[in-house]
Design a protein around this ligand. Structure first.
Ligand SMILES: [Zn+2]
Ligand SMILES: [Zn+2]
Length: 166
């Protein structure tokens, strides 16, 4: 699905919801939705707000927050509570990845894991309609692992020296 088709689909979902609930179709919500689907990967509210400003669209914090809540309800956006940071992500047609979270530095990387996403797609849920999923794998990133082993080596050298001098 190309980006433009995705944007069209999510606009339709929002449009249908507003119509069904007799809400006003303000251009604001559609502009925010567009901006969300233009963002790359995970983003904070600040980053989204900046992107909107850069395209000369100013919205208040409250509007932005409330609109994102609506998008989450409509499963157009997913909210991640990563370590020490809240991030958002466009999730329509974007559920083919899982998240690796480093518990030392908090870095988040995305990887494709076909076996896992296929397994979830093929899972039969009980008395439940699945709308989507987010998966987090916790561990230690390679940079932190390298740093930890450097520190371990340094400590060992120090201990060896101390032993030599004994
Ligand atoms: Zn790390
Ligand atoms: Zn993600």
């Amino acid at each position: 699905m190309t980006k433009n088709i995705v944007k069209e689909k999510v606009r339709d979902i929002l449009d249908g919801y507003l119509e069904m609930n007799n809400h006003r179709k303000t251009s604001e919500r559609f502009a925010i939705l567009d901006a969300v689907y233009d963002m790359q990967g995970h983003f904070s509210l600040d980053e989204l707000s900046l992107a909107l400003e850069n395209s000369n669209f100013r919205v208040s914090r409250a509007t932005l927050y409330n609109t994102m809540r609506l998008f989450i309800e409509l499963r157009l956006v997913v909210r991640h509570r990563f370590i020490g940071q809240t991030k958002y992500e466009a999730c329509y047609n974007n559920e083919d990845h899982i998240h690796q979270i480093c518990t030392v530095c908090g870095a988040v990387t995305e990887i494709e894991a076909v076996e896992i996403t296929d397994a979830i797609a093929n899972t039969k849920f009980q008395r439940f309609r699945k709308d989507g999923f987010s998966l987090y794998i916790y561990g230690v990133c390679s940079r932190c692992q390298a740093k930890m082993s450097r520190e371990r080596n340094k400590l060992k050298q120090k201990q060896d020296k101390a032993n030599e001098n004994r």
